[in-house]
Design a protein around this ligand. Structure first.
Ligand SMILES: Nc1ncnc2c1ncn2[C@@H]1O[C@H](COP(=O)(O)OP(=O)(O)OP(=O)(O)O)[C@@H](O)[C@H]1O
Length: 253
């Protein structure tokens, strides 16, 4: 019997399982008094957890700890059971203010995420082209960030975050500075894109409707800790359960 022919190398790295993330009785802060105290939270592989909370409740702080950018003053941050001690390419970040390199084109910015991982040039080009198309930017590959709208820049950020097939994506109010219509477009795009990836997602927003649209679960931060965690009922739109949950979260904020 002949062995099956080896298939060509895939243009994008093969999808892998999402990371299991956990905060194990974590306290986080920047000085003597913690912003968040004794927080316990688990995010299952492939889950989309949305974190809501009023301004200053510690949403970005929690995300920074998951990214490995902020060490806890107590407790442990865990990725697949191992303590997080710094940033990793396995956990991609997307910020509200786009963090694109202004002197690099759209393609250059997306490819950079792969270049730092040592991916070969031809694979980089193919993977970047695929993601640029998926986020709706085909034809804009050679443009510089300053030549793009805010929504387009966030599309580039999304492509750059996902091109390396990260196992977790940590998103800090990525659509916060967009107008309502562009924001709605980006939310729809994100739902489509996430359906195709196995990555675990933690998404920070202060918009409850955005949280219910995107999240499998919603965590409400407040009073220096986790105030509540809710499963989001599906289908979400128009359901009484979702309306009741929306009202409840607004009360908890
Ligand atoms: N680098 C820092 N140094 C000192 N204090 C900080 C720093 N970053 C945040 N803080 C403080 O920590 C607290 C929580 O901030 P954080 O940015 O996590 O809140 P947030 O819920 O994301 O708020 P927002 O919705 O306004 O972005 C705030 O009181 C803030 O002033």
């Amino acid at each position: 019997m002949t062995a099956p022919a080896a298939s060509a190398a895939p243009a994008t790295p093969a999808p892998r399982r999402g990371t299991a993330l956990a905060l194990d009785r974590v306290s986080l802060g920047y000085g003597r008094d913690p912003v968040l105290r004794d927080v316990a939270l688990e995010v299952a592989p492939g889950e989309v957890l949305v974190v809501v909370g009023s301004s200053g409740s510690g949403k970005s702080t929690l995300l920074r700890a998951l990214a490995g950018l902020l060490a806890p003053s107590a407790g442990r941050v865990l990725a697949d059971g191992a303590e997080v001690r710094g940033p990793s390419a396995e956990r991609a970040m997307v910020f509200q203010d786009d963090a694109l390199l202004p002197w690099r084109t759209v393609r250059g910015n997306v490819e950079l995420a792969l270049a730092v991982r040592g991916t070969r040039r031809r694979e980089r080009a193919a993977a970047a082209a695929g993601w640029i198309e998926r986020v709706g930017l085909a034809g804009s590959e050679r443009r510089l960030p300053r030549e793009l709208s805010g929504g387009m820049r966030q599309r580039v950020q999304l492509a750059r975050a996902l091109v390396g097939a990260p196992r977790a994506v940590l998103m800090d109010e990525p659509f916060g500075s967009l107008d309502a219509q562009t924001r709605a477009e980006m939310q729809r795009l994100l739902v489509r894109v996430l359906a195709d990836t196995p990555a675990t997602v933690v998404f920070v927003t202060h918009d409850v409707d955005e949280a219910l649209l995107l999240g499998d679960r919603v965590t409400v931060l407040g009073g220096g800790g986790v105030r509540a965690v809710h499963d989001v009922p599906r289908p979400h739109e128009g359901s009484d359960d979702a309306r009741a949950l929306r009202a409840r979260i607004l009360e908890e904020l």
